[in-house]
Every structure is written in C-alpha cells, then in structure tokens.
Write a protein that binds this ligand. Structure first.
Ligand SMILES: Nc1nc2c(ncn2[C@@H]2O[C@H](COP(=O)(O)OP(=O)(O)OP(=O)(O)O)[C@@H](O)[C@H]2O)c(=O)[nH]1
Ligand SMILES: [Mg+2]
Length: 633
C-alpha cells in the first residue's frame, strides 16, 4: 500500500473516531448510560492531538542534526565534527519561523535563531560554560520551521547522541524517547553497529514498534562499502526484527549533504542522487502507520469498550422493561449478587486490592534504589563535576565554574530527581491502568444479557489490538487518566528543588580570593562540591523533615497515598456505575405498566440515537483491519 492511501485511510479513521467521541461525550451525563471513565476522555484528547513526535536518535556524530537540517534545507541545528547537540530540539512543521526555550514547568522564552547554538550546542557550552536558568529547567528547544517533505502533524525531534562521552546527553535522550510516536535511528558506514546501539534500539522498541534506520554520509563511501555495511548491520539487528512494526529491518542510505543542497536549490537531480526518495517513502509510510493505525487503534479500543458497556446496559434495561416483573426481579437479584462479589474482590481489603498493593511495592523499592544511587558519590553528576574541577586549566575557567557550579548541580539533581519520581509514577500508573481496564472488562461481563443486535462483540481483532498496544501510548494515556499521582508529587518535588538551590547557596560568592592559585581554587571548588553533596545527600536520605520523615520517605509516602486515592476513585466510579444500573432495573420491578412504557420509549429512542456511534465504530474497524493487514507491505 502506498503512503498516500495510508494517509487517506488514516484521515478517514481519525474523522470517524472524532465523531464517535463527540457523540459519546454529548451523552456523557445521560442517566441511562454508564458514566464514561477517564480513559474515554484520554482517548478524546489522543484523537484530537495535533502533533506526534518522530524522534531522531543514534550514537554521537552519526549525522542526526545534519539529516534534519537537510530536510529543512537550512543550517538551523548546530552540527559539528565534535559533539554538537546538547539538548533536545523539537522541530515543528510550520510556515513561519520561530525559536523558543520550553521549560519543564510549561513556560517558554522566545530566542533568536542566532541564540539557538548558545542553548543547544555542546561546543558553545564547552567554550562559554553551560547556560544557567535560575528557577527553571530547560525541557527542550522548540524550532518552528517548514519541513517541506513531511505532514504537518509530525514534529521531528533532534536529540543529543548516545554514547559515553557526556553521560547527561544520553539521559536527556532516553527521557525524551518516552514521548516518541516513532523513531528514526541514524547510523553511518564507518563501523558496524555496536552493543550500546543495539541496547538503545531494544529499549526504543519498548516505547514504539515504529522504527526506521537511516545510514548517512553515503557520499563519503563507495557503493560497495555501503552495501557491505548495510548487510553487516542488518545481520546484527536481525534478532530485533520481530519486534518492529514491519517485522523487518531495512537500512536506507542517504547523503545529507546532497539532500541539503537539493532541498535548498529545489534541484531534482541532486535529490535523486541523495537517495532521499526511498527514505521519504519509508518515512511517510511509518508516519501514517503510526498515526493511521497505532494511535487510531488505541482510541478505537477504548471507545469501542465504552460502546460495548453502554449497549449492554441498554440491552439489559430493555429486557427488564419488557419482561414480567418476576423475571425483572430475577435479573435485579443476579445483578445485585454480582455487585456484592465485585465489592468483596475490589473493595477495601479485597483480594484484588491486596494484589495491587503488592505489585506497587516494586516500583517504590526501585525509587528508593534510584534515589540512593543518585545521591551517591559514584553517580555521574558528582563524578563529572569532580572531574571537571580536576581538569580546570585556568583561573578564568575556575571562576566561571565557581559562578555556575551551584546552579548546574541544582539543575542536574533536580532533573534527575524528577525523572526518578516520574519513572516510579509511570510504573504505578501502568499497574493502575491495567486495574481500570480489568474492571471495565468485569463490568461488561457482569451484564450477562444477550447483547443488542447492533453492538460490536469483542472480536479477536480487538484483542490483538489491545495486546499490540505499545507502552508509550499506554504511558501517555495513563498520564492523563491518573493525573493525581503526578500533580500531588509535584509539591514535594518543587520544594525539594528549591531546597537544593538554597542548600547550594546559589549566588553566595564561593570564590572570594581572586588571586589565589589555581590549585587552591580547585581545592576550594572540591570542598564546596563535597559540602553541597553531603548536604543534598543528608537532606534527602538522612535528615527528618517536620513530619519526622526524610524527603525520600515523604515522597514514597505521597506516592503510596496517591496511589491509594486513585484506586479508590477508580473503584468508586465502577461501583457507582453498577449501582446506577441496578437502581434502573429495580425501578422497573416496581414500576406500573404506564411508567414501563415511557421507559421503553426512552430506551428505544436512545438506541436509535446511538446508532451512528456503532456504525462509526464499525467503519473505523473495517479501515483499521485493512491498515493492519497492509502494515508490512
Ligand atoms: N559527507 C557527509 N558528511 C555528513 C553527512 N551527515 C553528517 N555529516 C557530517 O558529520 C558530522 C556530524 O554531523 P552532525 O549532524 O553534527 O551529527 P550528530 O549525530 O547530530 O552529532 P551529535 O549531535 O554531536 O551527536 C558533521 O561534520 C557533518 O557535516 C553526510 O550525509 N555526508
Ligand atoms: Mg546533533
């Protein structure tokens, strides 16, 4: 299937699902229907999302930034023969040009194109010192610029190279990777793929199955060399093939240098020589597979799940209204028994709740281990700073470091601490998400009434979609579903980060004796580093706060409490929906003929109104089936 077909179909499914979502949300307060849960709202925001990130990654110096520049036809992103990219740059396909720093708290600051390298280039950082943001943490740099070959719904993301030179770079990239809808992995013909690259690719595949491989710098090598290297790399990557969406590993060669000139000059011959056409085809196919299939399928599953529950509720009520009072009573009794069973298993102290509480212990333990490693002298933040002090070669450098060391340490520890908490929260959220999904299934199973003719039965297709769901989307979906653990955790986090700043005495002149020898300077810097370190260590791991707990314990406590609260909310919502349905049926046992007639009219009318939801879902499913069948083509 060619990508224009995929594009057309993916738009069709998206429109259908947007319409279905709209209809469901219009009925969301209808008393005859179950209240849609948070996952339905999450599906709504997923289907309305305008932009999805295609993340470009690879080892240092393979040509990631050059490839993106070539797509833009302009030298926008910093490139160099030395390590160039130090921050994530998110390129939004836009008709107008604009450059912004985006901070983790969502605030942003516009910068000029010239300033881009000051904030995003390691070469500049090494020369002028790392940029320091007081009270802010840089999340990424946003570049708005035309990307003539790509759809508007795609943001291309340039990342710092993986590899051991700058440990912080790999962390930045790994963090951003979690948001990837698809990945372009850049390699070059110089050496075969190394172990670190294989490991990175394996972890990328856990985020998304949508991955493609591009080999840059082909203008520097003979065709024979390129083909040999491609075969060699394909051999190395072969064990990972089954985990990709296409179940194949293809490596496509390109010359970014030629593509750059081709885009800039709009030169067809150069374009052909750059070999971009093959890449463009594969890239667009991957993008539309992601947008058309993966994302839509995710949304379809959630909306279809709600539709099934709604239809079953209506069918059950229909039975209660049209059957004899005795039969209706039997139905009500059965439903009541199910409800009791549900309360026993899932209510406070129920066996299921105990299971979840046990499952949650593991990420909490992980948080503890990570915190202990972060606040230790073997962590790269401490080790790198100590090495930087050792390597200082002039008084000027030493002074510069004394000026920004505290702020940089505060930034690094703050960021890593935030990552640690977020990692833990993500794991808990995914446990809670499966809990919620399980309860949704249980609700449907509770309604053991023959399902109305126009409801979609759960098919093996739907099951396949669910099991194929990748963790990134689940992650995104659960973040919006269970926002509570994250928001409440944010409070001790901000405090903690502010505390780091205060402890490190930002602004307090560390170096006062301007004429002291470099050696003495170094010693003072080391002492300061050690003092800062032990204070941070004690603050988080040793010193009790006003509530008698350390900051780490407070955080664990918060996470546990919020998890509990979220579980209660999920439970209450399901309980309320069950009770609502039970009440509706019980009313019918008591109701006289006239009231029942009215109710029947109401139900029939709603079933009529609901039909477009069902047909919309059916049509979406038919197109999704086709998209799925053609995925590997
Ligand atoms: N001849 C040739 N040189 C290339 C090509 N792509 C990249 N380069 C060169 O390779 C070097 C590294 O390119 P970058 O784009 O900075 O690589 P990167 O992967 O972004 O590097 P980091 O951000 O530091 O990890 C630069 O000197 C580029 O000019 C290409 O297709 N052909
Ligand atoms: Mg780069």
């Amino acid at each position: 299937m060619n990508y224009t077909d995929i594009e057309r179909q993916s738009k069709q499914v998206r429109n259908l699902l947007q319409d279905v979502y709209l209809r469901i949300s219009q009925q969301s307060s209808n008393n005859l229907l179950p209240t849609p849960d948070a996952s339905v709202r999450a599906a709504g925001s997923l289907i309305r999302q305008e932009q999805y990130d295609v993340v470009v990654c690879g080892e240092v110096k393979k040509g990631k930034s050059s490839f993106i520049n070539a797509l833009m036809g302009e030298e926008i992103l910093p490139t160099n023969t030395q390590v160039a990219t130090s921050q994530v740059c998110r390129i939004i396909n836009s008709d107008t040009e604009e450059y912004n720093l985006v901070f983790t708290d969502g605030t942003r600051k516009q910068i000029s194109r010239k300033e881009l390298s000051r904030y995003g280039s390691q070469v500049d950082a090494d020369m002028y010192g790392e940029p320091v943001f007081r009270n802010h943490q840089l999340d990424y740099i946003e570049v708005k610029h035309p990307l003539p070959n790509l759809p508007k719904s795609v943001a291309l993301v340039d990342t710092p190279g993986i590899g051991a030179v700058y440990a912080a770079h790999e962390q930045i990239t790994r963090n951003y990777l979690k948001k990837a809808a698809a990945v372009i992995f850049i390699i070059d013909p110089k050496n075969p793929i190394v172990k670190a690259e294989q490991e990175f690719i394996a972890s990328a595949l856990k985020v998304t199955k949508q991955i493609m491989f591009v080999m840059t710098k082909m203008d520097n090598y003979d065709e024979g060399v390129i083909q040999t290297m491609i075969s060699r790399d394909m051999e190395i990557l072969a064990p990972l093939a089954s985990q990709t969406a296409t179940r194949r590993i293809d490596i496509l060669p390109i010359s970014s240098t030629l593509l750059f000139d081709a885009t800039k000059e709009k030169d067809e011959l150069l374009l052909e020589m750059s070999r971009f056409e093959d890449i463009k085809d594969a890239l667009l196919k991957m993008i539309y597979n992601t947008l058309g299939f993966e994302i839509n399928a995710q949304v379809y599953n959630i909306l279809n799940g709600y539709n099934t529950r709604a239809m079953q509720s209506l069918a059950e009520l229909h039975t209660a209204v049209t059957s004899q009072p005795a039969a209706a009573k039997e139905l009500a009794d059965k439903k009541f028994a199910k409800q009791q069973e549900f309360m026993r298993d899932w209510g406070a102290n129920g066996s299921k709740i105990r299971e979840i509480n046990d499952a949650i212990k593991q990420p909490i333990r992980g948080l503890e281990n990570e915190a202990r490693s972060l606040f230790s002298q073997t962590h790269h933040i401490y080790k790198n700073m100590a090495a930087e002090i050792d390597n200082l070669s002039s008084l000027d450098e030493a002074k510069r470091l004394s000026n920004n060391m505290s702020a940089r340490l505060s930034d690094s520890y703050g960021k890593s601490w935030k990552d640690t908490i977020e990692n833990c929260a993500e794991q808990i959220e995914s446990i809670l998400a499966s809990y919620n999904a399980h309860l949704n299934d249980l609700d449907s199973a509770n309604a053991r009434v023959s399902v109305d003719a126009f409801s979609i039965k759960k098919s093996s297709f739907a099951e396949r979609l669910t099991s194929g769901r990748n963790s990134y989307f689940t992650g995104m979906f659960i973040t919006s579903v269970f926002a509570i653990p994250l928001t409440l955790v944010a409070a001790p986090l901000t405090l903690a980060v502010a505390a780091i700043g205060a402890l490190l005495g930002i602004g307090a002149g560390v170096m006062t004796h301007r004429d002291t020898e470099l050696k003495q300077y170094k010693q003072q810097l080391k002492e300061h580093l050690n003092k800062c370190f032990s204070q941070i260590h004690d603050e988080f791991l040793v010193k009790p706060q006003s509530d008698g707990l350390t900051r780490l314990q407070e955080t664990e406590d918060d996470l546990q409490r919020n998890t509990q609260k979220t579980m209660e909310q999920i439970f209450e919502q399901h309980k309320a929906n069950n009770e609502k349905q039970l009440k509706l049926i019980e009313e019918q046992v008591q109701a006289d003929a006239e009231k029942r007639k009215q109710k029947l009219a109401e139900i029939t009318q709603l079933q009529q109104q609901w039909k477009p939801v069902v047909t919309g879902l059916q049509q979406a499913k038919a197109i999704l089936s086709q998209l799925e069948q053609n995925k590997a083509l």
